[in-house]
Design a protein around this ligand. Structure first.
Ligand SMILES: [Zn+2]
Length: 419
């Protein structure tokens, strides 16, 4: 077999033939020419047989490594005149628009990004993290299931913080499929409006339930004309318990500050109490359990706050029916409002105001806690997204990991698993 023919098989790129191979110091550059006769606009797919001219320099794309060598594909490209996009460089079948990498290379990076950390990827593939971000954005655009917004009846909407300084992403999930189906930067009414614009009024009307936290922004969007006006809004018990944990932490902080004024050494010891208070008791280690027992003996505000939080958690931890939860929740609210602890008085007010939505979540079983594994994966991904500079890249990482995407690796594309 001649070298060019051998490289043609080796590259396994669609629509090209190999003209020559150039061995350089640190890489192998393979010269190819496109096999097709018509030129295609990379933006809209318009095709024409006539070329305007040829670009003065050949373009190169990085392809999958060849052993220890970088492998590059080089091709002279023609330009065409697209009626919509004007004079534009023709599309190639093996790479995405404006990319310096082949699709095979990008698909590999897209898969790696969902399973490996930053250091592993940048070292293995030899590209920087922001380049990974741009690659996975293109992979997402290409591979997200276009039908992801179909058959959406029970949905959840949630915010995650992806960078310090309050940068947020809103994620919409399909509860029945346990998948993220949409994500965008921001976390207010306008952010979710963007989702409904994309969904359209017909599909929005089919939505029966929306679960969310108790901040007002998302609910306002759901209730807008043309959005999911008929859907039952469910306030996720998971978020209700999270509010109680926050209230407990506020009490703890004020107790600690009072203590520090009186007794610096005791305050220092107490500082470690934070985790034993905020963790679920069944997850405490021996030392933390001992600290908790000491706090219990001491009693006072902090123990009262702790018991309230645990009582609320217990209401939602079991398999209680809606009317049982309603009864317990009302009892909790009156206990909390009489507790003399300001954060818990406020919490009781919030719960009363959102009571029917909380109970709807219990009745319909529509809540994010049901998707603990999905939440866990989102949190893991978000930790990695911290290194990105653009929200787009963070969104791509989320959608490629927990969205409806089938990752096909280059060798799987060529050798089907059955073959
Ligand atoms: Zn075009």
């Amino acid at each position: 077999m001649r070298v060019t023919a051998a490289f043609s098989r080796l590259l396994a790129l669609p629509g090209v033939w190999v003209r020559g191979v150039d061995f350089q110091d640190d890489r192998v550059v393979v010269d190819v020419v496109l096999r097709r006769r018509r030129l295609i606009c990379p933006q809209c797919g318009y095709s024409t047989p006539s070329r305007r001219d040829t670009r003065p320099d050949a373009s190169t794309w990085r392809h999958l490594d060849l052993g220890v060598w970088r492998l590059e594909v080089r091709a002279p490209l023609a330009r065409l005149t697209c009626p919509t996009h004007g004079v534009i460089t023709e599309a190639v079948p093996f790479a995405r628009y404006r990319s310096e990498f082949t699709k095979d290379f990008e698909d590999l990076v897209g898969y790696l990004a969902t399973t490996a950390d930053k250091t592993t990827i940048t070292r293995l593939v030899r590209i920087d993290w922001d380049t990974v971000g741009r690659i996975i954005t293109r992979v997402m655009d290409d591979h997200l299931d276009p039908a992801r917004l179909e058959q959406l009846f029970e949905m959840g909407v949630d915010e995650v913080s992806w960078r310090k300084r309050h940068k947020y992403i809103t994620i919409v999930t399909n509860h029945q499929r346990n998948q993220a189906v949409w994500a965008a930067e921001g976390r207010d009414t306008k952010t979710l409006d963007g989702f409904f614009d994309e969904l359209g009024p017909e599909r929005a009307e089919a939505i029966t339930a929306v679960s969310m936290d108790m901040s007002a922004g998302y609910a306002k969007s759901v209730r807008k004309e043309g959005h999911a006006t008929k859907a039952i809004i469910c306030y996720d018990p998971f978020h209700v318990v999270a509010l109680a944990t926050k209230a407990l932490d506020t009490v703890r902080r004020s107790v600690w500050q009072d203590m520090r004024r009186l007794d610096e050494t005791a305050a220092k010891r107490f500082k470690g109490a934070r985790w034993c208070l905020l963790k679920n008791p069944e997850n405490l280690d021996d030392d933390q359990a001992a600290t908790l027992r000491r706090l219990r003996r001491k009693g006072g505000e902090l123990w009262r706050a702790y018991s309230l939080k645990e009582a609320l958690r217990a209401i939602f931890a079991g398999d209680l029916e809606e009317d049982e939860v309603a009864y317990m929740l009302d009892r909790f609210c009156s206990r909390a409002s009489r507790s003399g602890l300001k954060p818990f008085v406020t919490l009781a007010k919030t719960i009363r105001k959102h009571r029917s939505g909380i109970l709807a979540a219990v009745r319909l079983g529509v809540n994010n806690a049901r998707h603990e594994s999905l939440n866990r994966r989102v949190r893991m991904v978000i930790n990695r997204a911290y290194g990105f500079h653009s929200a787009k890249a963070a969104i791509a990482l989320i959608m490629l990991t927990v969205g409806p995407v089938t990752h096909v690796l280059p060798h799987e594309r060529i050798f089907s698993p059955d073959g």
